[in-house]
Design a protein around this ligand. Structure first.
Ligand SMILES: [Zn+2]
Length: 88
């Protein structure tokens, strides 16, 4: 009767209290750090430096944004290096 793709219409928080949160990766910050969002109540989690899941507070959002920027820069730099080494 219930389709797995259909989201329940009743108050999401009650659903999570009964069945637990249903997290999915909402953002990949680095290879190790990801952000997760609950599909029902939109609660967000992130991976901290120890690899544990913690609540995504505004402070951690900020940290992740910085991490993401560093990570992107590193990727660009390694790509440049590859181009250079393919020339020489
Ligand atoms: Zn939830």
């Amino acid at each position: 009767m219930q389709k797995s793709t259909q989201k329940p219409n009743f108050i999401p928080k009650i659903y999570c209290n009964l069945f637990g949160h249903d997290y999915e990766v909402s953002k990949k910050v680095t290879y190790y750090v990801k952000e997760y969002t609950c599909r029902h109540c939109q609660k967000q989690l992130t991976t901290n430096s120890n690899g544990h899941l913690i609540e995504l507070t505004p402070k951690f959002k900020e940290i992740n944004a910085i991490l993401e920027r560093i990570h992107e820069k590193r990727n660009v730099r390694s790509r440049e290096k590859m181009v250079v080494s393919s020339i020489y």
